[in-house]
Design a protein around this ligand. Sequence first.
Ligand SMILES: Cc1cc2nc3c(=O)[nH]c(=O)nc-3n(C[C@H](O)[C@H](O)[C@H](O)COP(=O)(O)O)c2cc1C
Length: 191
Amino acid sequence: MIYVIGIAGSPRVEGNTEKLVTEALKTAAEEGAQTELIRLANKEIKPCDACLSCRKTGECRIKDDFQEIFEKMIKADGIILASPVYFGSATPQIMALIDRAGYISGARGRVFENKVGGPLVVARRAGQNFTFAQLLFFFLHQGMIVPGSTYWNIAFGREKGEVLEDREGLRTARNFAKKIVWLIKKIKNLE
Ligand SMILES: Cc1cc2nc3c(=O)[nH]c(=O)nc-3n(C[C@H](O)[C@H](O)[C@H](O)COP(=O)(O)O)c2cc1C
């Protein structure tokens, strides 16, 4: 079984980030993966407060929606982190998740090592590449394997659903998902 999760880091339900990641997950499912969309909208993920207790316990002292998502990230073979661009950056919600997941991963002996995945980014006009790089730092820092697609994984859209008009953006997301599942199959010797 191949389990691929897509985390939509927008506070907006059914927005462009969610549409883009859904498109990628649909493709991953067609390729044989079990998939799950995880929305950060309506979830509470507080920022890391640098208490550093996770270094000793391997757990986050802050109890909120983080724990449930982190467990799914640990179980997943493939992780897609998707964010809209907010003032040239990924959203605070997804950065809070990354900060806490990354630190606890270190405390537990690097739980994301050799998982496959990467970022998906959407914006109205500019900042996609910066945000793409920002999210990429997490994957590379954690020893994850990031496949390429037919372009960088970025798309355009402002109002809800507009991203569905960006045909190249959608195609890039689909090809990225296809490559994720292809790579996981190779790694797990499933083909
Ligand atoms: C607070 C805020 C900041 C934004 N900053 C940018 C930006 O820097 N560059 C840009 O092109 N679009 C920016 N946008 C537009 C969003 O990236 C765009 O509407 C995107 O499609 C939202 O994704 P969503 O529908 O998943 O929420 C911003 C939107 C908001 C609400």
